[in-house]
Design a protein around this ligand. Structure first.
Ligand SMILES: [Zn+2]
Ligand SMILES: [Zn+2]
Length: 472
C-alpha cells in the first residue's frame, strides 16, 4: 500500500507559515525588508516584486514569440484590475530604456450596458469615466458597444463621443439574454458575445492581434469550468496563450502566467484605478452557475492547499491547439470547431437517447419507430433533432412562414425568411454551445446576426450534401 501522504507528494503544502516575530529580508535582493508575502515564506520587497511581475509578462510574450516590431495590437480594456494593469505594463515596457517593446498598442473598450438594459445616458457616463482615465496612458482609445461591435469610434477627452446606441439592437440583445433559462448558459452566451465583439472591433481597427487580460487564476477557473461545461476540443483555445478560433484575428493572453493576487498587488502599488462594473453572477451565491461554483471551489481549496491553482493551471499548458482549421466547421456561437458529428457512440448520443425516451412517456411501449430502431447513430441524432422541431418551445416556428405580396417593384415588405427552429441552431453549434442554445425558451429571440449565420450554415450543409457524391 502506498504510504505517501498528501503532504509528502506536494512539498509546497508542508511549508511552515511565515513567522512575523522573526526579522525577514527580501528573497530576491537579500537586502531590503519585504513588503509582500506571495505564498508560504516567499517574501519580496516592493521593487523586486514589481520587477518580477513585469518580467513574467515580458517572458510570456518572449517565449511565445508573439509580436513583431511595428505590429499593431488591440488591447481589450474593460476597466477591471487585470486590463488596467495590462495597459500599465505595456506603457512601462514601451517607455523603458532597456529592451523596449516595439509593437504599437491601441486600446478598445466594449461597453456592456445592454446586458443590464442601462439607459444610454448612464452608458455614456460609464464609458466617459473609464476612457478618461485610460487615455492618460497615452495610447489611442476606441469604444464600441456589445450589441453593435462593428461601429468603433475613437474616444477623445473633451469631445463628443460619436457613438449612437441603437435601441432596437440593445433591446434585442437584452431580450435574448433574458430568454435564457439557466444562469450558466446566460454567462456563457455573454462571454461568447463579448469575445466576438472584441474580435470584430479589432478587425475594424485593422489589428491582427488582440491582447486580453486573463490571469493565471482566471484561466484555472475557466479550465475547470470549461471541463464541466463540456468544452472538450475547444478548451485549448480558451485557456492557452493563443486563441486561434478566428482566422484573421488572433487573441493572445500575455498575463496568463501572473496569478490574480500578484496582479491585484501590482495595481495597488502603482495606484491604478479600476472600475468594477457588476457582471452576471456578481453578488450571487456559489450555486448561481457552474462557473461560480467552480470559482468558489477552487479559491476555497486554494486557501488550505496553496498548490491548487498552479496545479490546475499547469494542466492547461499541456493542451494542444489544433492549428490546421481548413476542414473545421465553425460553431456560430463560440467560433470553435463543431465536435458533434461523431461516427461512434458517445455521451452526446446517450443524452439524446435519454431525451427521446423520457419525452415519449407512456407512449414508449407502443412506439414502433423506437422499438424497431437498432440504435444507429444517425437515426438517434435525426430523431432527437426532429423532437426539437416539433417541441413546445418552437410551436409557432413552423407556422409563421409568410409569403411575398407579389409586388415586383421593390415595395414588397413581407419577408419570406423562415423562423428558426431549435434543431436548425443546434446543428450549427459545438457540444458546449448546445447547452446554451437548449436553454433558450425561443431561439428566434437570438440577435439578428445569428439568424443569418444559421441560415448560411444550413445552406452550406445542404449544398455539401447535394454535391457529396460528385466529389473526388
Ligand atoms: Zn528585493
Ligand atoms: Zn460553440
Amino acid at each position: 500500500m502506498c504510504s505517501l501522504t498528501e503532504s509528502e507528494l506536494e512539498p509546497e503544502l508542508i511549508k511552515t507559515p511565515l513567522d512575523l516575530n522573526t526579522p525577514q529580508i527580501c528573497k530576491k535582493c537579500k537586502e531590503n525588508p519585504p513588503c509582500v508575502n506571495l505564498r508560504g515564506n516567499d517574501t519580496y520587497c516592493k521593487t523586486c516584486f514589481l520587477t518580477a511581475v513585469h518580467h513574467k509578462f515580458r517572458s510570456t510574450l518572449g517565449k511565445n514569440k508573439a509580436m513583431r516590431p511595428g505590429e499593431l495590437v488591440c488591447v481589450a480594456y474593460s476597466g477591471g484590475t487585470a486590463s488596467t494593469s495590462l495597459v500599465h505594463l505595456l506603457k512601462t515596457g514601451i517607455e523603458s530604456d532597456h529592451k523596449k517593446l516595439l509593437f504599437k498598442p491601441i486600446v478598445l473598450h466594449v461597453d456592456e450596458g445592454s446586458v443590464f438594459n442601462l439607459d444610454p445616458a448612464k452608458r455614456l457616463e460609464n464609458i466617459r469615466e473609464k476612457c478618461n482615465y485610460i487615455t492618460d496612458f497615452a495610447f489611442k482609445v476606441y469604444v464600441s458597444a456589445l450589441e453593435q461591435p462593428t461601429r468603433v469610434v475613437e474616444y477623445k477627452q473633451d469631445e463628443d463621443l460619436g457613438l449612437q446606441f441603437e435601441t432596437v439592437k440593445s433591446n434585442e440583445l437584452y431580450e435574448a439574454i433574458q430568454n435564457i433559462k439557466e444562469a450558466s448558459a446566460r454567462q456563457e452566451f455573454v462571454n461568447n458575445i463579448r469575445r466576438e465583439a472584441i474580435v470584430q472591433g479589432a478587425k475594424m481597427l485593422n489589428a491582427a492581434k488582440v491582447f486580453t487580460g486573463e490571469n493565471a487564476t482566471k484561466i484555472s477557473i475557466d479550465l475547470l469550468a470549461g471541463v464541466s461545461l463540456g468544452k472538450g476540443g475547444n478548451l485549448a483555445n480558451e485557456s492557452g496563450f493563443r486563441d486561434l478560433r478566428n482566422d484573421d484575428v488572433m487573441v493572445l493572453r500575455p498575463l496568463r502566467d501572473v496569478p490574480g493576487k500578484e496582479l491585484a498587488l501590482y495595481a495597488q502599488y502603482h495606484r491604478l484605478i479600476s472600475f468594477t462594473d457588476p457582471v452576471l453572477g456578481t453578488g450571487q451565491d456559489s450555486l448561481f452557475s457552474i462557473r461560480k461554483l467552480t470559482e468558489d471551489f477552487l479559491v476555497g481549496l486554494h486557501n488550505d492547499f496553496p498548490a491548487t491553482l498552479s496545479t490546475v493551471f499547469k494542466t492547461s499548458d499541456k493542451l494542444q491547439i489544433q492549428e490546421d482549421r481548413t476542414n473545421v466547421t465553425k460553431c456560430i456561437l463560440c467560433s470553435g470547431g463543431v465536435d458533434t458529428s461523431a461516427e461512434e457512440h458517445n455521451a452526446l448520443q446517450a443524452t439524446m437517447w435519454s431525451t427521446i425516451v423520457s419525452g415519449k412517456g407512456k407512449t414508449l411501449d407502443t412506439d414502433n419507430q423506437l422499438t424497431s430502431m437498432n440504435l444507429d447513430i444517425l437515426d438517434i441524432t435525426s430523431l432527437s433533432l426532429e423532437d426539437k422541431k416539433t417541441g413546445c418551445s418552437s410551436t409557432k416556428d413552423n407556422t409563421a412562414e409568410s409569403e411575398c405580396c407579389g409586388q415586383g417593384d421593390g415595395s414588397c415588405k413581407t419577408s419570406n425568411v423562415k423562423p428558426l427552429t431549435k434543431a436548425d441552431v443546434l446543428t450549427s453549434v459545438c457540444y458546449a454551445c448546445m447547452r446554451t442554445i437548449s436553454s433558450f425558451r425561443d431561439v428566434n429571440k437570438l440577435p439578428a446576426n445569428f439568424h443569418q449565420q444559421v441560415q448560411y450554415a444550413k445552406n452550406r450543409s445542404a449544398m455539401k450534401n447535394e454535391i457529396q457524391d460528385f466529389l473526388l
